[in-house]
Design a binder for this molecule. Structure first.
Ligand code: SF4
Length: 285
């Protein structure tokens, strides 16, 4: 394998592990990485698990989250967004300058994180202050509440994939502009395509508008709509539910129905798969 490298900057030393043109094998590289915890330029700590998955502990956090270390990808090797894998999207988002938000004070872009094979994908609006600092979606008070909501539904945060419609923080948390949403859209489109979740939960106005243009959350929250081979469920944004106490029981109730939505789509997908592989069924069409 060529062009794979790790170049994490540690305050003490720069660790370089190269796997190119026979320098070391991929197995040797992974064995080396498993023995060390690597610190990146933001002070986040990275670890490669025995199963080959990367985990990140953001600076100032005690939580380990599954993530993609962008430093192991050489940016010059990136394909078009429509052909990227999840780590490549994280790398591209990190360096992205497709819209003005790249120049408007972002500390860190926030590509998203979580289970790459998640049944449930949660899509928020965009990074806020804490997200921008940590490079992670839904941290701070709304993230804590989101974790509680997931627990209510029987899930852990690492079971789902969490991202936003816009990957960089708009200054002072202003609404994203239409051209910014449009510029960022290919990343989310590709993430949805790759993860192929059974259920998408929209959290917030701009996420909801992507699937339900012009809708009102108070009218449609918690009502799943079939779109292709998945259900899309609009829900209140956790931050809004934290501020508007009357919405709190509604969002809790909506989250509790998530396992039911996943179960429904599991049955639908199974039956569609068996129909498409059943020659007798196929001959009916
Ligand atoms: S918001 Fe999206 S399109 Fe704009 S710079 Fe960030 S990653 Fe790129």
């Amino acid at each position: 394998m060529t062009n794979l490298f790790v170049d994490f900057q540690n305050q003490v030393e720069v660790i370089k592990v190269r796997c190119a043109d026979g320098e070391i094998t991929e197995a040797e590289r992974d064995a080396t990485l498993r023995k060390m915890q690597l610190k990146d330029e933001w002070g986040d700590i990275w670890m490669l698990s025995p199963t080959g998955e990367w985990f990140r502990q953001a600076s100032g956090s005690k939580e380990w989250v599954r993530d993609h270390p962008i430093a192991i990808i050489d940016p010059s090797t990136l394909p078009p967004v429509s052909e990227m894998n999840l780590p490549q999207i994280a790398r591209a988002v990190h360096d992205c300058a497709r819209c003005p938000l790249a120049q408007q004070g972002r500390s860190r872009a926030v590509p998203g994180e979580g289970n790459p094979k998640a049944d449930i994908m949660l899509i928020g609006e965009g990074p806020g202050f804490h997200e921008d600092k940590q490079g992670r979606p839904f941290v701070g008070a709304s993230g804590k509440f989101l974790n509680e909501l997931l627990n209510e539904a029987g899930y852990k945060r690492q079971d789902v994939f969490i991202t936003n419609v816009i990957k960089c923080r708009p200054p002072n948390n202003r609404d994203p502009e239409p051209e910014e949403l449009e510029a960022c859209k290919p990343y989310l489109d590709r993430q949805i395509e790759l993860i192929n979740p059974k259920v998408i939960v929209t959290l917030g106005r701009f996420s909801m508008y992507r699937f339900f243009p012009g809708a009102s959350i108070t009218k449609i929250h918690g009502q799943p709509q079939r779109m292709g081979n998945r259900l899309v469920v609009p829900m209140f944004h956790p931050a809004a539910a934290l501020h508007q106490v009357r919405w709190r029981p509604l969002i809790i109730e909506d989250f509790r129905r998530l396992p039911q939505f996943v179960a429904e789509m599991t049955i639908v997908r199974k039956s569609e798969k068996s129909n498409s592989s059943d020659p007798e069924q196929m001959s009916l069409f």
